[in-house]
Design a protein around this ligand. Structure first.
Ligand code: ADP
Length: 762
C-alpha cells in the first residue's frame, strides 16, 4: 500500500476519498435499514399482543371460571409459543397474588409488560377474575436487529471496497498511467529530447477524449519548442556572421587608424626632432658663448670691456630664456614634462625670487616685498624648480607692467594641514581688462599690440606658468582692474617636510665640496674648455676624451668616479659609447655612473638614455649648481649607486626602474600615478573579461598588449609577463590557455601592484 501511495499518489488519494465517503454512506444506509427493521419488529409484537387480547382472553377467563387447570395450562402454553413472549403470569383480582406462573423467564432487563383484565360474563353480571401479565423479550428483538445491521453493514462495506478497487484499477489503466507517461514525456522535452512525438499505449478510438486533447497539446508544444530553437539557432548564426563582418570592419578601421596614428606620430616625432635639433644647434654655441663670458670675467679687463661683457651676457641669457620658453612650452604641450620633486626651504625660495624682482625693479619707484604666513611649515617637498619659474615669471611681469607703487608676494595656507599653498603676486601696475583676462593664459597671447610694442615679450610666459601649475596638480588665475593693478595667484599641493638631515639633501644652492675624478667625453673644443674650466673650478680632476674611441681606450686604463658624456659624438653616439663601456670585459668603468650632457631632452630621448644604463641627464647649457648636485647624488655612496643602476627584480617588480621613477617623479606623484594605473588596470581587466566571454580574441590581444605596456613601464614585471603571454596566446587563438592566463593575471596584478607600491614607499 505504501509503495502504491509513493508510485501513484493521485490514485491513492482518490481511493482514500472514495473509501471514506462510501463508509459514511454505508453507515447511514445501515442505520436507516436498522430503524425500519426495528419498527417492523415492534409492529409484529403489537399484533401478537392484540391477538392475545382478542383471541385468548375470553377463553382464559372461562377456564379460570370453570377451574379447568388442564385447559388453562394448555392455553397459556399456546400463548408462550408465540415468538418473543418470555413469560405469562395470572394474578388474582382481589389479592393481586400470582395464581399461575408460566415457564417463561421474564427476568431479562429488556422486557416489556402488558396487562390484561380477565372478566367473565355470569348470570349475575360481569365478574372480574384477575389479570393476565404478558412479558415480551425485547433483548432478543435487539439482538436480532443488531445482527442483521452488522451483516448488512459488512456486506455493503465489502461490496463498496471491491467496487472502489475495481474503479481504481480501471482509473489507473485508463487515466493515471497515461498521465504518468505524459509527465515523463514533458520532462524529456525539458532536457532536450524532442525528436519523437508522444503516443499513448492504448487502443485508438474513433472519438477523441480529454487525454487525446492533452497529447495533442504536448505534441504542439514540442513542435513549437523545436521551431523556436531553430529560429534562435538561425539568429545566432546570423549574429556570428554579423560579428565576423563587424570584426573585419573594425580590423580594417583599426588598421587605417593605426596608419593614421603612425603618420601623426611620425609628424609629431619630426617636430620633436626638429625642436631638439634646433635646441642642440643653438644651445651648443650658446653654452660656448656664455661659458666663455663667464671665464672672461676671471681675466683682467677695462671698464668698457666689462660693460660689453655684461651686455653680451645679458643678451645671451635673454636669448637663452626665449629658447627655454619655446622648448619648455613644447615639452609641456607634449605632455612629457614631469616636475622634479625636491626638498626646499619655502622662505629661502620666496625671498630669492623677491630679491631677483627687486633687482629687476631698480630704476623704478617700486617697493618689492614678500610675506609668508607664519604658521606654514619651513620645509616642503615638491616641484621647487617649477615654483621658482612660475614665481619668477609672475614677478617679472609685475615689475614689467608696473611703474610705481608696490609689488607684494604673499604665501598663505589654503587648508588646515598647510600643504595646499596659495601664492599671490600683487602689483599696482597697468592692470588687465576683463576681456583680456580671458585670453592671456593662451600661448603667444598678449593683452594688445600697444603693450607688445611698449614692453616686448613673446606671450608665452603665462601659458608656461599655467601648464606648469597644472603639471604640479594646481590651478592658476588672475584678479585685475584696468589701471588699478593685478593679482596673479596660483594654488598647489606640496608635501610638508622635515628639515634636511644632511647637507646633501639640502637644495642645490648648498652643494657639497666634492673632489672627484671625472672623464669628460666631448667633441666640441669650445664646450671642452668651458666644461673643463667649470668642473676644475669646482675642484674636480678632469680627464678629456674627444670621441667614443678615445673614451673606451681611457676607460681601459683608469677608473673614474663618474663619466660626463656628450650624446652627440662623431662616429659612435654617446649611447653606443656608454653601452660599449658597460659591456667591455677589460673596462675599469663597467659600473661607473654616466651622466649624459645633451640638448635632446625629450621624453623619448631620456627613456632611451636610461635604458642604455645612463644614470642621469643634464641639459645643455650646463647649470653648474645642478651638475654639482647630480655628481654629489651619484657619488655619495658607491654601494647605493651600484644598487640603483643594476636592473633588479624582486617579488616580480623591477626595483631599479621603480627607484628611477621615484627619483624622477617624486613619491607623491608616483603614488598618484599608481592610483591612476590601478583604475586603468581595473577597467582593462573588466574589458578583457567581456572580450573573453564574447570569444573576441582580437580584442583580448589588443587589451592585453595595452596592459603589458603599462605594467612594464611601471616595473610590474610579473603582471607584464602574464599580459604578454596572454597577448601571444590570443594571436594563436588558444582559448583555453587564454582563459587560464587571464585568471592568473587577474590574481597577480593586484599583489604585484601592491608590492611595487610598497617598494616605492619604503
Ligand atoms: P609676455 O612674454 O608677453 O609678458 P606673458 O604670457 O607673460 O607674455 O603675458 C601675456 C600678457 O599678459 C602680457 O603681454 C600682458 O599684456 C599681460 N600681463 C601679464 N602680466 C601682467 C601684469 N602683471 N599686469 C598687466 N598685464 C599683464
Amino acid at each position: 500500500m505504501l509503495a502504491y501511495r509513493q508510485e501513484h499518489p493521485l490514485g491513492y488519494r482518490m481511493m482514500a476519498y472514495v473509501l471514506v465517503c462510501s463508509l459514511v454512506f454505508v453507515v447511514l444506509s445501515t442505520s436507516i435499514q436498522a430503524a425500519i427493521e426495528y419498527r417492523r419488529e415492534m409492529r409484529v409484537i403489537e399484533q401478537r399482543i392484540e391477538l392475545i387480547r382478542n383471541v385468548y382472553l375470553a377463553s382464559l377467563a372461562k377456564s379460570i371460571w370453570d377451574v379447568d387447570r388442564e385447559q388453562l395450562r394448555l392455553q397459556m402454553r399456546g400463548i408462550l409459543d408465540f415468538p418473543d413472549i418470555s413469560s405469562l403470569t395470572l394474578e388474582d383480582a382481589d389479592t393481586g397474588e400470582r395464581l399461575l406462573l408460566s415457564a417463561g423467564e421474564g427476568s431479562a432487563a429488556r422486557t416489556a409488560e402488558h396487562r390484561f383484565a380477565l372478566r367473565h360474563e355470569t348470570p349475575l353480571g360481569l365478574r372480574n377474575l384477575g389479570q393476565l401479565v404478558v412479558h415480551t423479550d425485547l433483548g432478543a428483538v435487539y439482538a436480532r436487529l443488531g445482527w442483521s445491521a452488522l451483516t448488512l453493514f459488512l456486506g455493503q462495506a465489502l461490496t463498496i471496497f471491491l467496487m472502489v478497487l475495481l474503479v481504481m484499477l480501471i482509473f489507473q489503466r485508463m487515466v493515471t498511467r497515461h498521465l504518468e507517461s505524459m509527465a515523463r514525456y514533458a520532462r524529456s522535452l525539458g532536457i532536450g529530447s524532442r525528436d519523437t512525438p508522444l503516443q499513448l499505449e492504448r487502443q485508438p478510438s474513433a472519438r477523441s477524449d480529454e487525454l487525446d486533447a492533452l497529447v495533442e497539446s504536448l505534441n504542439d508544444l514540442r513542435l513549437g519548442i523545436n521551431q523556436d530553437i531553430e529560429r534562435r539557432e538561425r539568429a545566432h548564426e546570423q549574429l556570428l556572421f554579423s560579428r565576423e563582418q563587424l570584426r573585419r570592419m573594425v580590423d580594417k578601421r583599426t588598421r587605417s587608424l593605426r596608419q593614421a596614428k603612425e603618420v601623426a606620430e611620425a609628424a609629431s616625432q619630426a617636430r620633436s626632432q626638429f625642436l631638439a635639433g634646433i635646441s642642440h644647434e643653438i644651445r651648443t654655441p650658446m653654452s660656448g658663448i656664455l661659458g666663455m663670458t663667464q671665464l672672461l670675467y676671471h681675466t683682467p679687463q677695462s671698464e668698457q670691456a666689462r660693460g660689453y661683457l655684461d651686455a653680451l651676457r645679458q643678451s645671451g641669457e635673454s636669448l637663452l630664456a626665449i629658447l627655454d620658453g619655446v622648448l619648455d612650452y613644447a615639452k609641456l604641450e607634449e605632455g612629457g614634462y614631469v616636475p622634479e620633486q625636491q626638498l626646499f626651504c619655502l622662505q629661502q625660495l620666496v625671498e630669492e625670487q623677491s630679491l631677483l624682482a627687486e633687482a629687476q625693479a631698480q630704476g623704478k619707484a617700486l617697493r618689492v616685498s614678500c610675506q609668508i604666513e607664519p604658521q606654514l611649515s619651513r620645509y616642503y617637498r615638491g616641484a621647487a624648480g617649477c615654483l621658482r619659474q612660475v614665481l619668477a615669471n609672475l614677478l617679472s611681469n609685475a615689475v614689467k607692467f608696473t611703474e610705481r607703487g608696490a609689488i607684494e608676494l604673499r604665501v598663505e595656507g589654503v587648508d588646515k594641514a598647510g600643504s595646499r599653498l596659495r601664492f599671490a603676486v600683487h602689483d599696482t601696475g597697468i592692470g588687465i581688462s576683463a576681456e583680456q583676462q580671458q585670453r592671456i593664459f593662451e600661448r603667444f597671447t598678449q593683452a594688445d599690440e600697444s603693450i607688445t610694442r611698449r614692453f616686448g615679450g613673446t606671450g608665452l610666459g603665462l601659458a608656461i606658468c599655467q601648464k606648469m601649475v597644472v603639471a604640479m596638480g594646481g590651478r592658476i588665475g588672475v584678479d585685475s582692474r584696468e589701471g588699478a593693478g593685478s593679482t596673479f595667484w596660483f594654488e598647489v599641493e606640496l608635501q610638508v617636510a622635515q628639515p634636511p638631515a644632511t647637507q646633501l639633501e639640502a637644495p642645490a644652492t648648498c652643494a657639497p665640496a666634492l673632489s672627484l675624478s671625472l672623464l669628460l667625453v666631448e667633441d666640441t673644443p669650445i664646450n671642452q674648455q668651458v666644461i673643463c674650466a667649470l668642473l676644475e673650478h669646482a675642484g674636480h680632476l678632469v680627464q678629456l676624451a674627444e670621441d667614443g674611441r678615445q673614451a673606451l681606450a681611457v676607460c681601459r686604463q683608469q677608473a673614474f668616479d663618474a663619466i660626463l658624456m656628450d650624446m652627440h659624438l662623431p662616429g659612435m653616439s654617446g649611447v653606443e659609447v656608454t653601452q660599449a663601456i658597460r659591456a667591455a670585459a677589460d673596462s675599469l668603468n663597467a659600473d661607473t655612473p654616466v651622466i649624459a650632457l645633451t640638448a635632446s631632452v625629450g621624453v623619448e630621448d631620456i627613456k632611451g638614455y636610461l635604458a642604455a644604463g645612463i644614470a642621469a641627464v643634464q641639459a645643455k647649457p650646463l647649470q653648474p649648481a645642478a651638475l654639482q648636485q647630480v655628481l654629489a647624488d651619484l657619488c655619495q655612496s658607491g654601494d647605493d649607486r651600484l644598487a640603483s643602476i643594476q636592473p633588479q627584480e624582486q617579488d616580480g617588480v623591477d626595483l631599479h626602474l621603480l627607484a628611477i621613477h621615484r627619483q624622477v617623479f617624486g613619491q607623491a606623484r608616483l603614488r598618484s600615478l599608481f592610483e591612476q594605473f590601478g583604475e586603468q588596470a581595473d577597467g582593462l581587466l573588466v574589458q578583457l573579461d567581456d572580450a573573453l566571454q564574447l570569444d573576441d580574441l582580437y580584442e583580448v590581444g589588443e587589451l592585453a598588449h595595452k596592459l603589458a605596456g603599462s605594467c612594464s613601464t611601471l616595473g610590474l614585471l610579473e603582471a607584464a609577463r602574464l599580459a604578454t603571454a596572454l597577448e601571444t596566446c590570443s594571436r594563436e587563438a588558444d582559448d583555453a590557455r587564454c582563459l587560464a592566463l587571464f585568471t592568473a593575471l587577474k590574481a597577480a596584478l593586484p599583489s604585484n601592484l601592491r608590492r611595487a607600491r610598497q617598494a616605492c614607499e619604503a
